[in-house]
Ligand binder design. Structure first.
Ligand SMILES: [Fe+2]
Length: 287
């Protein structure tokens, strides 16, 4: 029997048949079929010339060349096209009242120092003082003692220490704290600034050229872990930031907007927030 001939209207089906015709099944073949459908539809609708398609391939090649162990241009592409946020969204649905996850972003370092409650993570002291306090509770409002609260943030100019190894002390604005017997924690820092995602690589240049917003509203990053609970990997956003509605990586959720208040007579700011954890899936099913 002759194979179905390939034409403009059936191209994705013909390729899907090629990919799965020998019985291949599972997440990878299914993903490839869906990806082919999406790309073929985009090509049919926008009708690139062979030269334009070569430019697209060249762009992807540049994204690869711009990526190494310090810079991840592929992650940036995934973030700016909303794919990272979508993957997070479909994998971390939580009951109402629980703190949602959001995109982790590319500036995390796994080896931040463990610090006592009340310590400052600002090693250079540059910026407006900010006192962060919070509680970790379960969905019933019961405190979660002994949870680890890992935080990292940009400085007052919007840069992470690993973006400015010559200007910021190592591990500036990073630390890991542990909640006390009441599930509470507090530490000192400086109020972070928002920032633009890197615009000097192929991804930033391409999206910048079409006028896509590349700003991120100011935020603090958190990863919160406790035995028997789902890990929270999230941000707290600065509710005063004018870019809150156009976060470049689609990470803002109403539950994650924090209120920065003036610290009374002292200089600086206060931020207080309650993170609500949900039991890890196994325990939730057993409960
Ligand atoms: Fe960030």
């Amino acid at each position: 029997m002759a194979a179905t001939s390939f034409n403009e209207m059936n191209s994705a089906d013909v390729v899907a048949e090629r990919l799965t015709g020998r019985g291949a099944d599972g997440p990878l073949p299914r993903f490839l079929v869906a990806l082919v459908e999406g790309i073929h539809r985009a090509v049919r609708e926008t009708r690139p010339t062979p030269g334009e398609w070569r430019r697209a391939i060249h762009f992807l090649t540049e994204v690869g060349h711009a990526s190494d162990d310090k810079r991840q241009e592929w992650v940036l592409l995934s973030d700016l096209l909303g794919v990272t946020a979508l993957v997070e969204e479909i994998n971390s649905r939580r009951p109402k009242g629980a703190t949602p996850n959001t995109v982790r972003g590319p500036f995390y370092r796994a080896d931040a120092p463990a610090l006592p409650l009340g310590a400052s993570i600002s090693l250079d002291g540059i910026g407006e003082a900010l006192n962060v306090s919070g509680r970790i509770t379960d969905l019933d409002g019961k405190p979660v003692p002994g949870a680890t609260v890992e935080t990292w943030q940009a400085n007052a100019e919007g840069f992470y220490e690993n973006q400015q190894p010559d200007r910021q002390p190592e591990f500036n604005l990073r630390g890991i704290f542990r909640t006390d017997g009441d599930g509470a924690f507090h530490y000192r820092t400086i109020r972070p600034a928002g920032y633009a995602v890197p615009g000097d690589g192929p991804v930033g240049r391409m999206l910048g050229a079409i006028g896509c917003p590349l700003r991120r509203p100011a935020h603090l990053h958190f990863i919160i872990k406790a035995d028997g609970f789902e890990t929270i990997s999230t941000h707290l956003y600065d509710g005063d930031d004018p870019h809150l509605t156009e976060d470049a990586i689609f990470g803002v959720k109403p539950e994650l907007i924090g209120e920065f208040r003036r610290a009374g007579k002292q200089k600086g700011w206060l931020l207080d927030f309650t993170f609500v954890m949900v039991r890890a899936k196994k325990e939730r099913r057993a409960a």
